[in-house]
Design a protein around this ligand. Structure first.
Ligand SMILES: CC(C)(COP(=O)(O)OP(=O)(O)OC[C@H]1O[C@@H](n2cnc3c(N)ncnc32)[C@H](O)[C@@H]1OP(=O)(O)O)[C@@H](O)C(=O)NCCC(=O)NCCS
Length: 357
């Protein structure tokens, strides 16, 4: 029989190594692992066979911002120690066949311990992603040590993940629409759309006065895109499923940190079909469930009745009319019941296609 190809390995051929944190935290052995993934050439996923002898644990309790982890108990009766948010740690007894998933970004810190007199064997799979950050809620000294060496590797806001902590949704799908940041290749279509709608927008949007050249519009798209990627502000184009652009919107940061403001306009020929209401309902869910925003507002001029009808339809509260500033403010918080928002069909994906909502 010919030799196995390099992508097939057997655990007996992969050395078992002690797990230790770097000095000065090296005193405790944290399990013994066989790095099957690297041995077989896996790239974007790590895979380990971890053995926990009696009395050992798999790691210091930790939570990943960007990397998902999966653990399958092959043998023994480990205890899962897990720390949800700022609540006290909990312990759950596992047994052979137990399977545990830790999606990225939940902030649930975890470690496996072996309080029994038999070995525990775990099969562990974890993503390898650039830009991951890790929180160690029970090891402040390790966090401090890491903060000094690799500040971007420490997840310091595990308890209150913000837009900076969660990857933003770069694609939002509603029942009839797709929302995504404008791309350079959209510039010709966006210029044409703005030109067609200049009269329609002008009464309410003074920037529509000056139509931009392709180069000026490209520069605007790149600026918005940069702000989006830095989680500073989220401008989104609105498209039909066939790719036709019909409007523009965004979750804007003018109110931060208190909340986000939705702005919108739609092509005149696509008004009156509930599209704006549909996408605003989806944006409310993304703001609260992905970006953990406690408040969403919509502002419009007092005479803009079509604009006023959108937050009204969605169940926003009319908060104030600022006469001197010619502005009406509507607000929504996740506690405010809104059938349209709660029932909104929405899929939100990050730049790597991972489902956020
Ligand atoms: C303000 C503006 C975005 C509102 O657009 P809109 O098309 O009226 O809003 P929607 O897409 O939610 O559509 C609502 C209308 O569709 C109807 N509709 C049809 N199907 C619907 C559905 N499934 N759900 C909700 N409404 C539906 C509603 O009855 C309503 O019709 P009505 O105006 O006759 O009462 C649009 O007029 C616009 O772009 N104006 C210029 C720019 C502007 O003013 N922007 C806002 C600045 S603050």
């Amino acid at each position: 029989m010919s030799a196995d190809p390099p992508f097939i390995v057997h655990r007996d051929d992969v050395e078992e190594k002690e797990g230790r944190y770097p000095p000065p935290f090296e005193a405790e052995v944290v399990g013994r692992g066989r790095d099957l993934g690297r041995a077989a050439g896996s790239q974007s996923l790590g895979a380990w066979l971890d053995r926990l002898p009696p009395g050992q644990r798999s790691s210091f309790p930790h939570a990943h911002l960007a990397e998902e982890e999966l653990v399958y108990v092959l043998q023994g009766h480990p205890v899962l120690r897990w720390i949800p948010g700022d609540q006290p740690p909990r312990e759950t007894q596992l047994r052979p066949g137990s399977f545990v998933a830790f999606p990225a970004g939940t902030g649930i810190a975890h470690a496996f311990t072996n309080p029994t007199s038999e070995d525990v064997l775990l099969f562990v799979v974890g993503e390898r992603r650039g830009g991951d950050r890790v929180a160690y809620p029970e090891s402040p000294q390790l966090e401090d040590w890491r903060l000094q060496r690799r500040p971007h590797g420490v997840w310091t806001d595990r308890l209150a993940p913000t837009g900076e902590a969660r990857p933003p949704a770069t694609r939002i799908e509603t029942r009839r629409l797709v929302l995504r940041p404008w791309e350079p290749s959209d510039v010709p279509a966006l210029c044409a759309l703005l030109e067609d709608n200049q009269d329609h927008l002008l009464p309410w949007m003074s920037w529509a006065q000056a139509l931009k050249s392709y180069d000026e519009q490209l520069s605007w798209v790149l600026t918005q895109r940069g702000r989006f990627d830095r989680s500073e502000d989220y401008t989104l184009g609105v498209f039909l499923p066939d790719g036709t652009p019909i409007g523009s919107t965004g979750l804007h940061s003018r109110l931060r940190p208190a909340g986000l403001e939705i702005g919108y306009w739609i092509d005149r020929d696509h008004q009156g079909q509930g599209y704006v209401t549909e996408w605003c309902a989806a944006l409310c869910r993304v703001a609260s469930e992905v970006l953990n925003t406690p408040l969403v507002e919509i502002h419009h001029a007092p005479g803009n009745l079509r604009s006023a009808a959108v937050p009204q339809r969605l169940g926003f509260l009319q908060e104030a009319t600022l006469v001197a500033r010619d502005k009406v403010i509507w607000s929504w918080t996740p506690e405010l019941p809104s059938e349209l928002i709660q029932a909104a069909e929405v899929r939100a994906l990050d730049a790597l296609g991972r489902r956020l909502l």
